[in-house]
Design a binder for this molecule. Structure first.
Ligand code: SF4
Length: 717
C-alpha cells in the first residue's frame, strides 16, 4: 500500500513536546516514560544513586522494572514494562561495536526478569534525542506507534491501523514515512515485532539499521525470552526514533582522542588479523560451524550428538558463498568488525511472501546450527528461509530452533504423532513440515499454538496429557528457568553446564562461554578454577550490557601477541581498550577491578530480582540431563569409548562386563554429583549461600545493600 495512504490513517492520541537535553559525558540523565494505556508521556530524571549503582543499559532496565512492578506482576499485566537503554558508551562511532541496546521486561516464558541485547540504531538514537532510557508501560486498546522526534523534540502516540505487522515490511514502511528524503533514511531507527509474536510466548523485537550501500532497511534482533510477545500484547506496532544525523562528538565525551586512538589500533587488528582468525567480515559468527563440528560441539538432533557427516553442507564455505561480500556490514556506525552478513535477493519458496525476493539478515552461527544440524536439516535454503521468517514474524530463532528439535525428538519417540500435530510429520530432517509449523505460529493455528508456548510449557502439557514419560521429557527438553538453550553442546564441559544453567535469565551464551577453556584447552581443571571462571566471565560480560557495547569485538579478533599474555582468555589488551574508552567517555575514575565491581552489583541485583519473584534459588539452577550427559542408549553408544574411559579414570568404575544401561546410570550419578559440587564452588565464589542466595555481608561489601534488596534476601538467609 502507498505510504501516503497508510499515513493518512494515523490518528494522534497524544503529543508531548520536550526541551532537549544534550548528552554530557555519555549521559542525558533523563528517562522517557510512555504509558500506552491512559496515553501518558513524561520525562523523569535519573537519580544520582541510580546512575552510580546501575550505570546504564541493563542496569537501568532492571532498576526501573523493579520499581514499576510488584513481585506478582505478570508478563501481560499493564504494569509490566519494556525498558530500552543503551548505556554511556553507546553511540560513539570511533570504536567497533558501540551501538547496543539492552531490553528488559518480565518474560512470558520464565515469569521472571528477561534481558536481551541488540544492535541497530534505536538505542543510540534515543540518547541523541535526549533520553538514556525509554520506559514503556500500559496496554493500548488498538495498535499504536510511538514516535520520538529527536529533530523537533516531541513524542507522540498514534493509532496505526494500516501498517503491516511483519517486521521486514513494517520497518521499510515506517522508514519511508518518517524520512524526509532517501538520504534521511539513515536517521530513522525502528523497533518492531511480527505476527507470530501475537500468537506465541516467544516473540522477539527487531531493531532496524539503514544500510546506505544497499539502500535497504535491515534488522538486528533482541530475541530471548519473549519480549516481542509483551510488545504486541501492549498493542505496540512499532517505536520510531528520528534524529538530525550522526556526526562529531554527540556523546560529548571527555577525551575523544583517547577513544579514536584505541579505535585506530583495533581497526588495524581487524584489517590485518581477521582474515587469518575468525573471518568475521566474511562469514560473521557462522565461521563456528566447522569448529564446533570438529570438536564434537555442534548440536545435532536435539543435542544428542556433537557432529554429523553432513555438517559440511551448512558450514562456513556455504555461508561465504551465500553472503554478499565486500560490503561493510556493521549494525552500528563505525563497526569495522562488520559481522552482520546478509543474503541478498533470496527467493522465498513458502508462506505469505512466496515468490518474493528478499534480503535476509543472517544466518549467524546460532541460526545455522539450531535450525540446521540440531533439527537434522542440512539444507541452506531451508535455514535461510526459516531465518527470514523467524525475523519477520518476530520470534527468536534460537528458541525456535531448540523447541523444534525438542518437538522432533518427541515425534521420533511416539510422544507426538500426526494426530497430535494436526497432520505434520515432525521428524528430524523434515524441513517442509518444520516450515509449515512456523507459518502456523504466525497465524495462531493448530499445533503452532502449542509449539509457540516454548519447551517448558510443552513439556507440562504433554505430561498432563499423558503423552510420554515425565522423566524422559524433562531430560530431553532443553530449557532451564523456562528459557531454551542456545546452540552449544555442554555435555563434556562441566564449566559450560554452569555457564548455561547458572545464568540469571536462562541458558544463553552471552554470560559465559567456557567450553574451549574447560574442555579443549583444560585450563580450568579444578572446581575452584571453574568457579573463578564462572565468576569473572559472567561479571565481565555483564558490563557490556551496562555500557552499550557489543561483545564480539572483545574476543572474536585477538591481538597478535594475545597468546603470550598472562591471561589470554581475558584478552587483556582489549580489556585495557574498554577501560580507556569508559574513562574517556565518562571522566570517571576506573580500572579493570572497578569494571567487575560495577557488574557484580547489577548481577546480584538481578539474582535478587529473581528471588523477589519466587525464583533465584538452587532448585532453579537445575539443568536438564541432556545438557550434562547421555540420556539414551543410542547417545551413550555413539561415544562409548569416551564414556567408558571416563568411567574408569574419573568415576573409578570398571566398565567391563556392564550393560550400557548400567554404565549410563553410573555415569549419570557421577555427572549429576559433579554438577552439584560445581554449584557449591560457584555459589561460594560468588558470595552466595548454599541455596544460591547472596549473603547480606557480601551485598554490603559490594554496595548492593539497598533496603528493598536486603528485605528480599533476609527471607532466604
Ligand atoms: S561486531 Fe557485528 S554484531 Fe557487533 S556491532 Fe559490529 S556488526 Fe554489530
Amino acid at each position: 500500500m502507498d505510504t501516503e495512504l497508510i499515513k493518512a490513517q494515523h490518528r494522534q492520541i497524544i503529543r508531548w513536546d520536550y526541551k532537549w537535553t544534550p548528552l554530557n559525558k555519555g549521559y542525558t540523565d533523563k528517562i522517557l516514560y510512555v504509558n500506552v494505556g491512559p496515553a501518558v508521556i513524561k520525562e523523569k530524571d535519573v537519580p544520582l544513586a541510580m546512575k552510580e549503582k546501575f550505570i546504564g543499559g541493563k542496569g537501568y532496565g532492571l532498576r526501573l522494572l523493579w520499581d514499576a512492578t510488584k513481585p506478582e506482576t505478570k508478563w501481560n499485566d499493564p504494569d509490566n514494562e519494556i525498558i530500552i537503554s543503551s548505556g554511556p558508551i553507546g553511540g560513539i562511532t570511533q570504536y567497533s561495536g558501540t551501538g547496543k541496546s539492552l531490553v528488559v521486561s518480565i518474560s512470558p516464558q520464565t515469569n521472571s526478569v528477561m534481558d536481551s541485547n541488540v544492535g541497530g540504531f534505536f538505542g543510540p538514537f534515543l540518547k541523541f534525542s535526549g533520553f538514556d532510557a525509554l520506559e514503556i508501560q500500559g496496554k493500548s486498546e488498538n495498535d499504536v506507534i510511538i514516535f520520538i522526534d529527536g529533530v523537533n523534540h516531541f513524542v507522540e502516540i498514534f493509532e496505526a491501523p494500516y501498517e503491516a505487522t511483519d517486521s521486514h515490511v513494517l520497518a521499510e514502511q515506517l522508514t519511508e514515512i518518517f524520512a524526509d528524503s532517501d538520504n534521511d533514511k539513515r536517521n530513522i531507527g525502528v523497533v518492531s515485532s511480527g505476527s507470530a509474536a501475537e500468537h506465541s510466548l516467544i516473540g522477539m523485537l527487531n531493531f532496524s539499521f539503514y544500510d546506505s550501500k544497499r539502500k535497504k532497511v535491515r534488522m538486528k534482533q533482541a530475541g530471548r525470552g519473549g519480549i516481542g510477545t509483551v510488545f504486541r500484547n501492549k498493542k505496540i506496532k512499532a517505536i520510531v526514533c528520528k534524529i538530525p544525523g550522526v556526526k562529531g562528538n554527540l556523546n560529548n565525551v571527555v577525551d575523544l582522542e583517547a577513544i579514536t586512538e584505541r579505535g585506530r589500533r583495533f581497526n588495524r587488528e581487524i584489517r590485518e588479523l581477521d582474515d587469518k582468525q575468525c573471518q568475521m567480515r566474511q562469514v560473521g559468527t557462522a565461521h563456528l560451524m566447522e569448529v564446533m563440528n570438529d570438536h564434537d560441539l555442534l548440536p545435532v538432533h536435539n543435542y544428542k550428538f556433537g557432529s554429523h557427516p553432513d555438517a559440511y553442507k551448512i558450514d562456513s564455505s556455504v555461508w561465504k558463498r551465500n553472503f554478499t561480500q565486500n560490503i561493510p556490514d556493521g549494525c552500528w556506525i563505525g563497526c569495522n568488525m562488520a559481522c552482520s552478513k546478509a543474503v541478498d535477493n533470496f527467493e522465498i519458496l513458502t508462506g505469505p511472501y512466496k515468490g518474493q525476493k528478499v534480503l535476509v539478515d543472517g544466518p549467524e552461527y546460532e541460526n545455522a546450527a539450531g535450525l540446521g544440524s540440531n533439527c537434522g536439516i542440512f539444507d541452506p535454503q531451508y535455514i535461510i528461509e526459516t531465518n527470514f521468517y523467524c525475523d519477520t514474524y518476530g520470534i527468536c530463532t534460537i528458541t525456535w530452533s531448540t523447541l523444534s528439535a525438542f518437538v522432533m525428538e518427541c515425534y521420533e519417540n511416539g510422544i507426538l504423532n500426526k494426530e497430535r500435530t494436526g497432520g505434520l510429520e515432525l521428524r528430524f530432517g523434515n524441513s517442509k513440515d518444520a516450515l509449515e509449523l512456523l507459518h502456523l505460529v504466525s497465524r495462531g493455528e493448530g499445533f503452532g499454538k502449542t509449539a509457540g508456548m516454548g519447551v517448558r510449557k510443552m513439556k507440562e502439557l504433554f505430561i498432563s496429557n499423558g503423552w510420554g514419560e515425565a522423566s524422559f521429557l524433562n531430560d530431553i527438553g532443553m530449557e532451564n528457568k523456562g528459557l531454551e538453550y542456545s546452540q552449544y553442546m555442554s555435555k563434556e564441559s562441566l564449566a559450560q553446564q554452569g555457564g548455561f544453567a547458572l545464568t540469571n535469565k536462562g541458558p544463553q551464551h552471552d554470560e559465559a562461554w567456557l567450553i574451549f577453556m574447560d574442555m579443549v584447552n583444560n585450563q580450568i581443571p579444578t572446581f575452584e578454577n571453574k568457579a573463578e571462571a564462572l565468576h569473572y566471565f559472567p561479571m565481565f560480560r555483564t558490563w557490556f550490557g551496562l555500557v552499550g557495547l557489543c561483545k564480539l569485538p572483545w574476543n572474536d579478533v585477538e591481538p597478535e601477541n594475545n597468546a603470550q599474555t598472562d591471561a589470554p582468555a581475558k584478552v587483556p589488551e582489549h580489556v585495557d581498550n574498554y577501560v580507556t574508552i569508559y574513562k574517556a567517555v565518562t571522566g570517571r575514575e576506573f580500572d579493570k577491578t572497578r569494571l567487575i565491581e560495577d557488574s557484580e552489583r547489577v548481577y546480584n541485583f538481578q539474582r535478587i530480582f529473581n528471588l523477589r519473584r519466587g525464583y533465584g534459588t538452587r532448585i532453579h539452577d537445575r539443568q536438564p540431563y541432556r545438557a550434562a550427559g547421555p540420556v539414551t542408549i543410542e547417545e551413550y553408544e555413539s561415544r562409548a569409548e569416551r564414556y567408558d574411559k571416563q568411567l574408569k579414570e574419573k568415576a573409578g568404575i570398571d566398565p567391563a562386563g556392564r550393560s550400557t544401561l548400567e554404565k549410563m546410570n553410573i555415569m549419570r550419578e557421577y555427572r549429576e554429583d559433579q554438577y552439584e559440587s560445581l554449584l557449591d564452588a560457584v555459589y561460594k565464589r560468588r558470595g552466595w549461600n548454599n541455596n544460591g542466595v547472596p549473603k547480606i555481608d557480601f551485598l554490603r561489601k559490594i554496595g548492593m545493600d539497598l533496603p528493598e534488596v536486603i528485605a528480599v534476601v533476609e527471607k532466604y538467609q
